[in-house]
Design a binder for this molecule. Sequence first.
Ligand SMILES: [Zn+2]
Ligand SMILES: [Zn+2]
Length: 167
Amino acid sequence: MRQRIMFGRFVRGHPRPPVHVPQFGTSCACCNALTTRTQIYRPPIAVPVCDACADHACGHHGTALAIPVVIIGGMLVAAGAAVHDAASWFFLAGCALLAASYPITRAVTARRRRRLPPGHHPNLEIGFSIGATLLDTDNAKLVEDLLARNPDAQLVRSRLPKATLVD
Ligand SMILES: [Zn+2]
Ligand SMILES: [Zn+2]
């Protein structure tokens, strides 16, 4: 089950509050194997991820694939807008490509997920929100560990605004 942990508190009235860095343990955030390896997911946050999980522990797999789609879509939208004709084919094709980028990301992620052996919890996500750090994961053991290590951490109910994966 997808769970969200919030580290720190929202800081209101501060234009650039410092990033709250959670303390991680020494278990892989995906498969819980002991590891000394870490990888930067969202600077400056280093997440413990073992070698085997390096390519699927954090973020979404389809992002690399969707980026060129978004760029081409954006260029087409700009080209359509430049000729002052919102109904031009450029504009419509650009909008269609932009709309397609999100399902592509989700489909690629879901397919990669199904191929992993049991015991993996891929696609950890980290977000920053006015002074607090939010972490979304399916790994119940990681959640337990983070709550024990970070006195200022708490489970929050809300999910990331974008839809999480359906198994
Ligand atoms: Zn691992
Ligand atoms: Zn893994």
